[in-house]
Design a protein around this ligand. Structure first.
Ligand code: SF4
Length: 464
C-alpha cells in the first residue's frame, strides 16, 4: 500500500503528548481497559484448552498464508458457483472504484469494517453521490462526529456520555439526556429508518471459508443482520488474509474471538452467508459481491519474518493490555490500526519512513504476545521493525554511545555492580516524584512515576 505523495509522517510522540494531557481520555481508557481485561480473564479461565486452541489457530492461519492463492481461488470458485460475484483489488483505490461502481448514487448502510476505514471508503462513496450510514452504534457516532475509531472493539471510548448526547441530539433534532438507555433508543429509531430505505449493504468479513464459499460475520448489535438482509445488494470487503480453509476451523476461531475481544463466551450474532438469496428463501440480498483486497498484504505475506502479522483476527486484546495504548489511546497511532498490532502493520502498510516511530511505541513488556489469541509474537515483530528502522535511518551519535556504554557494562560484572549501586543511590536521592531530573530522564518522568529502587540488586540475593 503506497500512501499518496506528501502524506505526512505519523508523529506518535506529539500525538501521545496531547493524549496524556487529556484528563477525561486518561480516565476513560484506564476504566475501559481494566474492565475488558477482567471480562476476558474470566471467560478465558473457563477454557482449559485455551493455550492449545491459540496454537491451533496460529497453525491454521500460518498454513493458510503459506498456500494463500489456492485458498483464495477455492473461495472464489465456491462463491461464483452459488451465484455470487468476486472482485480482486490490488489496492484501496481499486477496491474503492469497484464498490463505487456497484453503489453509485444509492442509499448505503454499512456495518463496522476496519478494512473499509483503511481504504477511506466512506469518502469515496460520498464523492459518488451515495448516502452512506454507518450502523454499528460506535461507528455511527464517529460518523456524526467526523472522527476515526480509537479502539478496534470500542471505537468511541474517547468520548463522554455528554458529548455523545450532543451528537445524537443534533441528529435527532431534539434534546436527549446523557443516559445510555435514552441514547441507544434514539439511535435505534434514527438507524431503523436508514435500514428500511437502504439499497446497498456493505460489511466487512471476519472469516471467509474457502471450502464452502461462506463469509462469517460476528457482532453484538444485530446491525449486520439487517445490513445483509434488507438491501437488495450486499457487498462484503475483506483483506486477502481473512480466508480460512475449512468450516471446521471456525470452531477454533469462534471460541477464541469473542473471549479475547469483548470477554464474552459467544457474540450475540454470528452470521454465515453463502451467496445471494436462492429461490424459495425469504430473505437475503438479490446480489452478493465479495471484494478481496491486497493493499500491501501480499508484500507482508512474502516477508518470512513479518508474515505472522497477517494472522490477526482484530480482537483488540493486545490493545487492552498495552501500557502504552492505555495512556495514549488509538488516535495517537495516526492510523485506523492502533496498539501493538497497529505498531506492526501500519509501518508495513505505509512504510517505515512514514510510520517508523510506531514500533518504538512499546515498552516491550511482552503482554501483547501473551494475550494474542492467535499467538502472534508481537514483541518479536516490534523488535524486528525497530532494527529495520535503525538500519534505514542510522542511529544518532548519542544513541551509539549509550549502547556502546551499556554493552560494556553488561559484559563486565564489576562494572554492572558499580552501575547498579550508582543508579539505586541516585533514585533514592531523587525520590518517587522528583521535581527535577536531568535530560533525557526528564522525558520519562513527565508522565510516569519513577519506581522506588529495590533494597538490594537481584544478583545480591541470587546464588547459582
Ligand atoms: S494481534 Fe492478536 S491480540 Fe492483537 S488484535 Fe490481532 S489477534 Fe487480537
Amino acid at each position: 500500500m503506497t500512501p499518496p505523495p506528501g502524506t505526512p509522517r505519523i508523529d506518535f510522540e506529539a500525538n501521545a503528548r496531547s493524549a496524556l494531557g487529556d484528563a477525561f481520555l486518561q480516565r476513560a481508557l484506564r476504566g475501559a481497559m481494566v474492565r475488558f481485561r477482567e471480562l476476558q480473564a474470566g471467560v478465558i479461565a473457563e477454557v482449559p484448552q485455551w493455550q492449545a486452541l491459540r496454537q491451533q489457530a496460529h497453525d491454521i492461519k500460518l498454513d493458510t498464508l503459506a498456500h494463500l492463492d489456492r485458498h483464495l481461488d477455492e473461495l472464489e470458485s465456491r462463491i461464483r458457483a452459488r451465484g455470487g460475484h468476486v472482485h480482486r483489488a490490488r489496492d484501496g483505490a481499486e477496491a474503492g472504484r469497484i464498490i463505487e461502481g456497484l453503489a453509485r448514487g444509492r442509499r448505503v448502510v454499512k456495518s463496522k469494517s476496519m478494512t473499509s476505514e483503511e481504504i477511506g471508503l466512506n469518502e469515496v462513496l460520498g464523492g459518488a453521490g451515495c448516502e452512506v450510514t454507518e450502523t454499528d452504534l460506535g461507528e455511527y457516532l464517529l460518523q456524526l462526529a467526523g472522527e476515526t475509531p480509537s479502539h478496534i472493539i470500542a471505537p468511541v471510548v474517547h468520548r463522554s456520555k455528554e458529548s455523545i448526547a450532543e451528537l445524537l441530539s443534533a441528529a435527532a433534532g431534539r434534546r436527549l439526556p446523557p443516559e445510555a438507555e435514552a441514547l441507544t433508543a434514539a439511535a435505534r429509531v434514527l438507524l431503523r429508518e436508514r435500514f428500511l430505505r437502504a439499497e446497498v449493504g456493505i460489511t466487512g468479513v471476519n472469516f471467509a471459508v474457502a471450502e464452502t464459499g461462506t463469509i462469517v460475520l460476528v457482532e453484538n448489535e444485530g446491525n449486520i443482520r439487517l445490513t445483509t438482509t434488507i438491501p437488495r445488494v450486499h457487498i462484503a470487503l475483506m483483506g486477502v488474509e481473512k480466508v480460512i480453509p475449512r468450516l471446521a476451523d471456525l470452531a477454533v476461531f469462534l471460541t477464541l474471538l469473542p473471549r479475547a475481544a469483548t470477554g464474552q463466551r459467544m457474540s450475540s450474532y454470528v452470521s454465515l452467508l453463502t451467496g445471494p438469496r436462492r429461490p424459495g428463501e425469504s430473505d437475503g440480498p438479490e446480489e452478493f459481491h465479495l471484494v478481496i483486497l491486497d493493499n500491501g498484504r501480499r508484500a507482508i505475506q512474502a516477508d518470512p519474518v513479518m508474515r505472522e502479522a497477517l494472522a490477526c483476527i482484530r480482537c483488540g486484546a493486545c490493545l487492552d493490555v498495552c501500557p502504552v495504548f492505555e495512556r495514549t489511546g488509538g488516535h495517537a497511532y495516526g492510523s485506523v490500526y492502533s496498539g501493538p498490532i497497529g505498531a506492526v502493520i501500519t509501518p508495513l502498510f505505509v512504510g517505515l519512513e512514514r510510520a517508523g516511530d510506531l514500533p518504538f511505541a512499546s515498552s516491550l513488556c511482552g503482554a501483547c504476545g501473551e494475550v494474542c489469541p492467535v499467538k502472534i509474537d508481537l514483541p518479536r515483530l516490534l523488535l524486528e521493525l525497530r532494527a529495520r528502522v535503525v538500519r534505514a535511518r542510522g542511529a544518532g551519535r548519542a544513541e551509539r554511545l549509550f549502547v556502546a556504554g551499556w554493552s560494556r557494562i553488561m559484559r563486565d560484572p564489576a562494572a554492572l555492580r558499580l552501575a547498579g549501586g550508582l543508579v539505586r543511590f541516585l533514585q533514592r536521592l531523587l525520590g518517587r516524584r522528583p521535581r527535577w531530573v536531568p535530560y533525557p530522564l526528564s522525558r520519562w518522568v513527565t508522565s510516569r512515576d519513577l519506581p522506588p529502587p529495590a533494597h538490594a540488586a537481584f544478583r545480591q540475593g541470587w546464588k547459582p
